[in-house]
Design a protein around this ligand. Structure first.
Ligand code: HEC
Ligand code: HEC
Length: 367
């Protein structure tokens, strides 16, 4: 039996049958550790997920009130159907049409992450939202001002009261509610998961199974490891350096600067971390295009072509990509690439991408 998806559907049917007495949604339905997953990292007992906390977090997530001019919600750059990424934007696109430096990461299985962002700068999910809220290229507001706006609004004091028993609005309560919503974004119901858990619907074709074997033998699994499809390490997979020009505001005047994203080095200052990025999960990768920290590839075919013949000998290139004969990358035939891609597509979790509990509200603006 598949996990909470079925439970949720049962509750939904039950509620439909007896509209006068809807069954309350139990917290374990909102968050459950999938049978094939390790133990979560997030300390759930310090922020127990309740239905009211989830509702508050979801309302905040889809509300532009968290941005300076009320135009940009979290859900703008994190769209459910695309694995909570910013669909078709290589670099994130924020307030006043400003572009950031990086491709938006998908939001899924966040309870299992030790560090956040491509460079791991943030170490707690509860702190993560402050970054986009205060970032000049994203929402460009301040936490103090956001709290002022929430306190003055018609509906938030009530939503905070429902979640926490009092109308008092603090940044801790706000951030924990956002975490409650984000923690429920668990993706573990792909065809691959059903195959691993030996559930019905868990059949992989011969080509997908060959792709799965190649994913292991060719070394992909060395980094995109385990059930999360990432070992959460910071690695350099040899991408040629990308220099970009970017408009920054110096004393309010637009100024063009050349920027290079040096990845984890930005955070640690350790030369060994130069151009390393957190290994991204490959769950729902079919839906999260474009790819890499700067969104430079649009298709999985381009990514596989890159691994086979585009890897560059940059400083700190991961040794996995240096072959004994001196060639770089992971040699792959056209047939092997196609099979690996077929396997990657078995990681698409349509139940998650279409789960109505997480959906943007009707009329949510999309750019
Ligand atoms: C303008 C686009 C934009 C907006 C608005 C935005 N994000 Fe993001 N988000 C990003 C980008 C880009 C990254 C990757 C940043 C990096 O690695 O430097 C990211 C990363 C994250 C991560 C880390 C995921 C991981 O795997 O490490 C979380 C969590 C997150 N955002 C939640 C939020 C929340 C909550 C909000 C609203 C308060 C929000 N985001 C608003 C673009 C955006
Ligand atoms: C040495 C570790 C390592 C190995 C081995 C590796 N990858 Fe990656 N992979 C990464 C890192 C790191 C990134 C992100 C790099 C960046 O954005 O700068 C990445 C990115 C990707 C992406 C883009 C995901 C996204 O959401 O942007 C795909 C797809 C991918 N790898 C598939 C593979 C496949 C298939 C293989 C085997 C042929 C493989 N990787 C081997 C470390 C690795």
């Amino acid at each position: 039996m598949k996990k909470y998806g079925t439970l949720f559907i049962c509750l939904w049917i039950f509620a439909c049958q007896d509209r006068t007495k809807p069954e309350p949604v139990k917290p374990e339905v909102l968050f459950e550790v999938p049978a094939n997953f390790p133990a979560p990292v997030y300390l759930l007992d310090q922020n127990p997920i309740t239905e009211e906390g989830f509702t508050l977090g979801k309302t905040l997530f889809y509300d532009g009130i968290l941005s300076r001019d009320s135009t940009i919600a979290c859900g703008e750059c994190h769209r459910q159907y695309f694995g909570f990424t910013h669909h078709l934007h290589d670099l994130s696109h924020g307030i006043n049409d400003r572009t950031g430096l990086r491709n938006a990461l998908g939001l899924q299985n966040l309870a299992w992450l030790r560090r956040f962002q491509w460079d791991g700068e943030i170490e707690s999910l509860d702190e993560q939202p402050v970054f986009p809220i205060e970032h000049a290229d994203e929402m460009d507001d301040t936490m103090d001002n956001v709290l002022r706006k929430l306190r003055a609004s018609a509906n938030y004091p009530k939503l905070f009261k429902a979640a926490y028993g009092s109308e008092e609005i603090t940044s801790e309560k706000m951030l924990k509610a956002l975490s409650q919503f984000m923690l429920t974004l668990v993706s573990a119901n792909s065809r691959y998961d059903k195959y691993v858990r030996q559930e019905s619907g868990g059949t992989l074709t011969a080509a997908e199974l060959e792709g799965k074997a190649l994913f292991a033998t060719k070394g992909c699994q060395g980094c995109h490891a385990g059930e999360l499809f990432t070992d959460q390490s910071f690695r350099n997979n040899g991408l040629p350096k990308f220099e970009r020009t970017k408009v920054v505001y110096v004393d309010g005047r637009p100024t063009v600067q050349l920027v290079v994203d040096e990845g984890r080095f930005r955070v640690t200052g350790n030369p060994a971390d130069r151009f390393t990025f957190r290994v991204p999960s490959l769950r729902n990768v079919e839906a999260t295009l474009p790819y890499m920290h700067d969104g430079r590839f649009t298709t999985l075919e381009q990514v596989l072509d890159y691994y086979a013949s585009g890897v560059q000998d940059t400083p700190n290139l991961d040794p996995i990509f240096k072959q004994a004969d001196g060639s770089l990358g992971i040699p792959l035939t056209a047939d092997e690439k196609a099979k690996i891609i077929a396997f990657l597509k078995t990681l698409t979790d349509t139940d998650f991408l279409k789960d109505k509990r997480f959906a943007e509200p009707p009329g949510f603006p999309v750019r």
